[in-house]
Write a protein that binds this ligand. Structure first.
Ligand code: PRP
Length: 186
C-alpha cells in the first residue's frame, strides 16, 4: 500500500515499506492484554506497572487504561542499542525507581523483546529487590533469544525479523510517534 500523505507528513517524506500492525489491530490487542492482566493478577494486591523507556511509553499509556485494578506506574531507563539497528549486547541502567518494589506485583512493560539481552540483564537486578511477582508484558516478541531468564507472560504480537518502527519504537530516535508498527524504507 502506498504511504499515506498523513504518514509522510509525520516521517518527513520517508516511505513505509509495509505496515505490520495497524492502529486498529494494536488497539484491539492492547485491550485484550489489559483484560488478561486484570484476570491474572489477584484482587486486593499492590500492582506496579514499570515501563522501560523510551520505547514502551505509548504502549504503556494505552495498556494501563485497560487494566481494571488499582495500580501504580513508574519507569526505568535502560539502553541497549546505539543509534543504529543492531543490538550491542550492552545494557545500561540509567534511571531506576527509588521507592521500594518489595511485595508488589511488578509488570515490566517492554515495547519489544528482540535479542532478549535487556530482560536477561534487568530481571535479575529487579528480583534482588523482593517483588511479590515479576512478569513481563511485551507488545512485540521476535522469539529469537536462545535462553531467557524469564520470558514475557503477556505478548501482543509475534514480530518478524525486521527492523520495526512506530508506536514507541524508533530508528535513530525518529518515528516513535507513528500510530502503527511498520518497516521504514531504507
Ligand atoms: C529497545 C527496546 C527494548 C530493547 C529490546 O530499547 O525498547 O527495550 O531494545 O532489545 P533486546 O531484547 O535486544 O535487548 P532501546 O535500547 O533501543 O531503547 P529505547 O527504548 O529508548 O528505544
Amino acid at each position: 500500500m502506498p504511504t499515506t500523505a498523513e504518514t509522510l507528513a509525520r516521517t518527513g517524506g520517508k516511505h513505509i515499506s509495509h505496515v505490520l500492525f495497524s492502529e486498529e489491530q494494536i488497539a484491539r490487542r492492547v485491550a485484550e492484554l489489559g483484560e488478561q492482566i486484570t484476570r491474572d493478577i489477584p484482587e486486593g494486591e499492590d500492582i506496579l506497572v514499570l515501563g522501560l523507556l523510551k520505547g514502551s511509553f505509548i504502549f504503556l499509556s494505552d495498556l494501563v487504561r485497560e487494566i481494571r485494578r488499582p495500580i501504580e506506574v513508574d519507569f526505568l531507563i535502560v539502553s541497549s542499542y546505539g543509534s543504529g539497528t543492531e543490538s550491542s549486547g550492552e545494557v545500561q541502567l540509567l534511571y531506576a525507581r527509588q521507592a521500594s518494589i518489595e511485595g508488589k506485583h511488578v509488570i515490566l512493560v517492554e515495547d519489544i523483546v528482540d535479542s532478549g539481552t535487556t530482560l536477561n540483564r534487568l530481571i535479575p537486578i529487579l528480583e534482588t529487590r523482593g517483588p511479590r511477582s515479576l512478569e513481563v508484558c511485551a507488545l512485540l516478541h521476535k522469539h529469537i533469544a536462545k535462553e531467557m531468564v524469564r520470558d514475557a507472560k503477556w505478548v501482543g504480537f509475534d514480530c518478524p525479523q525486521e527492523f520495526v518502527i512506530g508506536y514507541g519504537l524508533d530508528h535513530s530516535e525518529k518515528y516513535r510517534h507513528l500510530p502503527f508498527v511498520g518497516v521504514i524504507e531504507p
